[in-house]
Design a protein around this ligand. Sequence first.
Ligand code: ADP
Length: 275
Amino acid sequence: QDTTFQVTARVVPDLRAILLCFIDVTHLEQAGQMRRDFVANVSHELRTPLTALMGFIETLRGPAREDPAARDRFLTIMEGEAGRMNRLVGDLLSLSRVEGDERVRPRDLVNLTDILSSVLRTLKPLADEAGMTFEPEFGPAPVELIGDADQLMQVFTNLVENAIKYAASGKRLSVRITQTDRDPALRAPGVRVQIIDYGPGIDAIHLPRLTERFYRADSHRSRALGGTGLGLAIVKHIINRHRGRLRVESELGQGSQFTVVLPIQSGPAVPTTES
Ligand code: ADP
């Protein structure tokens, strides 16, 4: 890997010497490049629907002016493009919020059973429409940990929504919760949530990059289904904030398994009593 140095030279007349100072600025360079890539990606993602909207406005003003059927069709498409922009802006705001929160330890007592039941209840109509059945493998007993309920809701909503979008062909989705006394990944007591689908799977070459912003394994399909490419990046930041881990395993033609491991206690800053 390349290393970038910033070099400064100073003449030290007393010593009849030149002092050369090398500062490793590789990190700054990389951060700058990432920021530039991000802005370029956002601009590109926003420009695509915007160009479509402008094109349709022109058509509505011109050739489609006197054609009510065409007008309706174009307005429906425009609504879809505006919706895409709205989702993108919403996801960008979520991402910036969760990135900003990352250093602040969550401190609420949350019940994962409730959170997962609520996510499955909310997404059931979408799953029904796609022909997918949820198979929750957990009972009603509360599974509690210290976390941020809204953010954990977002994690599991994104993962289950992805399964409905990309893996409905597998027909079913297993959702499993297990408690572990000492999880090997965390080296602490934890809770493991597994979301297992039987869809097309994800090629191994994509797996290491899946949580990068705007990275899509199947770009065409993601865009066609209204994906922003930010869902798993948001998931990763929220799990980091909880000091948890995300593991993705997948086999082409077999399906994918997203495992979230969360520590019961997210960090030392958690107060035991609140006055
Ligand atoms: P998107 O908005 O495109 O869905 P995500 O960050 O949520 O973005 O997901 C990144 C990519 O991972 C998706 O574009 C899709 O290609 C792939 N993916 C995510 N979940 C699944 C799944 N359950 N099965 C197959 N592919 C998936």
